[in-house]
Design a protein around this ligand. Structure first.
Ligand code: DX5
Ligand code: ZN
Length: 220
């Protein structure tokens, strides 16, 4: 079970310090939210900042592309130092080709579903993906509430992963806090993105520690 704090909720005037702080606090990945103002209403960061983040932390970079036609930018985000690149099924016309492009760089390839997209959209890509990201909010902003119907979708995707016999990480993103992380884990998730759930409380180690304690009780 892994915690992937979303730096969208970090203090960008002190990004290097924030990255060090979550690394020391026990984070497993750094979740980087890339938004283009078209696929989602918000605009955030591009490859130039990802490259700076790469230099500032030893943690794997979990790069979540919320952009239209992500295939146009795979090379740049790979060169910037991404470890995992996740694209949305709703944003690319040639999902298989885009996933192969990510893997061609030797990176883990992730595929994400918006809350309104059914799990069935993953069927044809199960043999190729390394990570599936179920959005539990409509992407665009941090600090939104977890959409309860996501739990059923997480369960369905967990069954699909088991049936595939492959090692695929199941990540969930949006509205996850220490208070609901165990419920999300019980549904079958194993990677947990948390933005405001981590960064809005000053003691990151206490929060991530509490999340991991609650996760260990689910495993038992
Ligand atoms: C939403 C982003 C999320 C977001 C999570 O569009 O993809 O990663 O930053 O933030 P919280 O945990 O506050 O919902
Ligand atoms: Zn995200």
């Amino acid at each position: 079970m892994k915690i992937s704090p979303s730096i969208l909720s970090a203090d960008f005037t002190r990004l290097g310090e924030e990255l060090n702080a979550i690394e020391r606090a026990g984070a497993d990945y750094v979740h980087v939210d890339v938004m283009d103002g078209r696929f989602v209403p918000n605009i955030t960061i591009g490859p130039f900042v990802v490259e700076a983040i790469r230099r500032a932390t030893g943690l794997p970079l979990d790069v979540h592309l919320m952009i239209e036609e992500p295939e146009r930018y795979i090379d740049e985000f790979a060169r910037a130092g991404s470890s995992i690149i996740t694209v949305h099924v709703e944003a690319t016309r040639h999902l298989n080709k885009t996933v192969q492009a990510i893997k061609g760089h030797g990176l883990k390839a992730g595929v994400s579903l918006n809350p309104g997209t059914p799990a069935g959209a993953l069927e044809a890509i199960m043999d190729d993906v390394d990570l599936i990201l179920v959005m539990s909010v409509n992407p665009g902003f941090s600090g939104q509430g977890f959409i309860p119907s996501s739990l059923a979708k997480i369960r369905t995707v967990r069954e699909m992963i088991s049936a595939s016999g492959r090692r695929i990480e199941l990540e969930v993103d949006g509205g996850i806090k220490a208070g609901n992380i165990a419920e999300v884990a019980s549904a079958g998730a194993d990677v947990f993105v948390s933005g405001s759930g981590v960064f809005s409380i000053p003691d990151y180690a206490a929060t991530i520690g509490e999340m991991k304690r609650r996760l260990s009780s689910v495993k038992a």
